[in-house]
Ligand binder design. Structure first.
Ligand code: ATR
Length: 272
């Protein structure tokens, strides 16, 4: 990271429920950095104009649904990871005034998996539900693990086939959700359960020794995670990944460690 940004923003639509301002402002306070982080709810028609203004003002920030792919197209320079995932969730303006895009979702997911399993994964098969941007970040992580591969199931099979073609050395689409449910690590990378108590896979189908990571987070965990824990599974929701991707973004912007303890403490009771 070059010059310190004067302001930080989250670009998305909607962003009202985002926890990012809470934990990023906690990290800024902990580091004594007099910069504010705020969410900007952008109508699609305002995106391009807003980004031009942010670049001119040298504002840095995060990008969330539905703009991660659009931001990738807009950036002057992508890190190799952002290019591999095909999505940008962290951006800044360099000293030449160029818009740089990165992806910290992959690092956030990696950290969440290590926290769940207690060690880096090795030689396992991952069952992935979903074929959007979150699933692409999951596959980019699996690709970096030693001896691991993935089965991908999606409501719309054509999207799963398309995504797996981009990660063909490690990923294979499947048309039976039972295959996913039998994986050693099962990941929900869909939005199922975000707004209600819907479950992405029937807990009774999940293999008894599967560990489960739900990338969705809600206050008091998702119903799916609670049901799986009741059945004896190791299961975490998406809060750990969310905070870690934010900590990695902070480190890109400021070139110093983020206070993860302060970040987690700020959202522990506020997730919704
Ligand atoms: P993101 O970037 O967060 O991954 P996305 O690209 O819109 O968002 O992808 C959302 C994922 O959730 C997709 O895999 C989507 O399935 P489709 O490709 O069939 O649309 C999945 N998804 C969303 N709602 C779903 C539902 N009710 N049942 C099953 N899958 C759902």
């Amino acid at each position: 990271m070059t010059r310190r940004p004067a302001r930080l923003v989250l670009l998305g639509h909607p962003v009202g429920h985002s926890l990012s301002p809470t934990f990023q402002n906690a990290a800024l306070r902990a580091a004594d950095i007099p910069v504010r982080y705020e969410a900007l709810d952008l109508e699609p028609g305002d995106f391009d104009r807003c980004v031009s203004r942010l670049v001119a003002d040298r504002v840095a920030g995060n990008v969330t649904v539905p703009y991660k792919e659009r931001m990738r197209e807009r950036c002057d320079h992508l890190t190799p990871l952002a290019a591999r995932v095909g999505a940008v969730n962290v951006f800044w303006v360099d000293d030449d005034g160029l818009l740089v895009g990165d992806n910290s979702d992959v690092g956030g997911f990696n950290a969440a998996v290590v926290e769940l399993l207690g060690e880096p994964p090795r030689g396992i098969t991952v069952g992935v539900l979903g074929a959007g941007g979150a699933a692409a970040a999951v596959l980019a992580a699996v690709e970096s693990w030693i001896g691991c591969d993935a089965h991908v199931y999606n409501r719309t099979p054509e999207r799963a086939a398309h995504l797996c073609a981009r990660f063909r050395s490690i990923a294979r689409p499947v048309d039976d959700v039972g295959v996913i449910a039998g994986a050693q690590l099962l990941v929900n990378a869909t939005s199922v359960g975000l707004h209600d108590d819907a479950m992405p896979v029937d807990p009774a189908l999940v293999a008894p020794d599967s560990a489960v990571l739900d990338l969705v987070y809600r206050r008091g965990e998702t119903r799916w995670v609670r049901a799986l824990k009741t059945r004896g599974h190791r299961a975490h929701d998406g809060l750990g990944m969310l905070v870690e991707q934010g900590a990695l973004a902070f480190e890109r912007w400021f070139g110093m460690p983020a206070d993860r303890v302060a970040m987690r403490a700020s959202v522990r009771d506020g997730a919704s």
